[in-house]
Ligand binder design. Sequence first.
Ligand code: GUN
Length: 287
Amino acid sequence: MVAKVIDGKAFAADVRARVAAHVARLKEEKGIVPGLAVVLVGEDPASQVYVRNKHASTIEVGMASFEHRLPAGTGEAELLALIDRLNGDPAVHGILVQLPLPGHLNSELVINRIDPAKDVDGFHISNVGLLGTGQKSMVPCTPLGCLMMLRDHHGTLAGLNAVVVGRSNIVGKPMAQLLLGDSCTVTIAHSRTKDLAAVCRGADILVAAVGRPEMITGEMVKPGATVIDVGINRIERDGKAKLVGDVHYESAAAVAGAITPVPGGVGPMTIACLLANTLTACCRANG
Ligand code: GUN
C-alpha cells in the first residue's frame, strides 16, 4: 500500500481563507476587527520564528496583531501586569504567551492569569477542565488541527482505535480528549509503555507526539492506518540540516493508509487553528 499524503499546507490555506472571509464580514457588517496579542519573553530562536510566523499570518487574514517582546530577564510581576492589561483591552480577543518561558518564570501561574475567554492556546486550567468534561472551551491549536484533518479524511471517527504516543499537556492529553469526544477508543502511550510497537499496531489512528526523531517506524504501523506526525525535529544527516517528524516517514508511508508529512502536515494547521480560535473568541465576546 502507498499511503495517501494528507496535505496540511493546503488544508491550512483553506482554513485561513475561510477565517479571512469571516473577518472581512465582521469588519464590514459590525466594524469589529479581531485582535491577537502574542507575548514573547527572551530570545529563543525557535520561538522567535514561531512568533514571526504568527504575526504574518494574523495580518494576512485581516486581524490586528499585537506583539509584545520582553527581555529574558523580565520579572513575573511585570509579565502578569502585561497580561492584566491585555485581559482588559477590548481590542484584544486572543492572548498567547509563547512557551517555553525562561526558567525563573512560573508558566502555570502566567498561563492561568490569562482570561480563559481570551486563552486561544486552550492552556488555562479552566479550558483544560471544560475540554475534559466535554464542554465548550478553547481547544489547543495543534490537537485541533490534527482532529480537523482526521475528520476530513475519515468522515466519522466513531469506534476507531486511536493511539496517541506522548502525554504532554500541549498535545498528547488534549488530543486524547478530542478523540474520545469523537467516540474513538483511545490509548495514551508514552516512554514507559510496555511493547510500544504492539500497542501502536492496534491503532487505526496513530498520533505521534513524542519529540523523538523518527521513533515510530513502519513495523509499528497497522496496514491501512492513518498516521498523524506532530513532531518537528531538526537533525543533521549526511552533513546537512534536516527537518524530520517523530515518524520514520518512508517506512511508515509504505504501510499506512494515510500520513501527514513533515514539513507540510500538522505544522501549518497549528497557526491556522490559532487564527480560527481568535476569531471564535472574538465572536463569543461580541455575542
Ligand atoms: N510553544 C510551542 N508550541 C506552542 C503553542 O502551541 N503555544 C504556545 N503558547 N507556545 C508554544
